[in-house]
Design a protein around this ligand. Structure first.
Ligand code: ZN
Length: 168
């Protein structure tokens, strides 16, 4: 389960994105170098400097959330509710104050991508890994000995871990 706190706090949502996205270490979205250094912050999001291409980026750069005016916590809530509880787009519109079209474009296509493991989608945000990481975190609290987290999605979706949602 995603800790519900993240839906009410942009900085906790940013922390979650940071954990999920860089679970294998920070990597420059432009040149793929892992020679990066922390470089201040952008709102709630950590900023980095790439030592190879000299570009800066932050936790959101290159993800579907990057240019969204909508708070990350609202996106996480929408994606979570849509995938886990099959909440309708209309209901999400009411809950989040985001237009139907915008939610539909971002969330439903992400859901479809996860339901269609044959699609070869490439992109920076792996929605199903949100579940993996969040599940592991909860288990770590209970027992450090259990190291491998199993995703809280069904088996078909689990096999789609390499499939990603990509749209801007
Ligand atoms: Zn770089």
């Amino acid at each position: 389960m995603i800790p519900l706190d993240v839906f009410g706090s942009e900085s906790l949502a940013a922390d979650l994105l940071q954990q999920v996205r860089w679970r294998d270490g920070v990597e420059c979205p432009r040149c793929r170098s892992d020679r990066t250094a922390k470089n201040g912050s952008y709102r709630h999001f950590q900023r980095y400097l790439c030592k190879d291409c000299d570009r800066t980026f932050n936790d959101k750069t290159g993800t579907i959330f990057a240019h969204s005016k909508i708070a990350l916590r609202k996106w996480l809530f929408s994606i979570y509710a849509f995938l886990r509880f099959k909440t309708s787009i209309r209901q999400l519109q009411t809950e989040t104050d985001v237009t139907y079209e915008t939610i539909h474009r971002h969330v439903e296509r992400c859901g479809e991508a996860l339901d269609a493991p044959h699609l070869d989608l490439v992109g920076p945000v792996e929605i199903d890994k949100v579940y993996v990481t969040a599940g592991k975190k909860a288990r770590d609290r209970d027992s450090r000995s259990r190291s491998v987290a199993s995703p809280r999605v069904d088996a078909d979706r689990t096999r789609a871990t390499s499939h990603r949602c990509s749209f801007s």
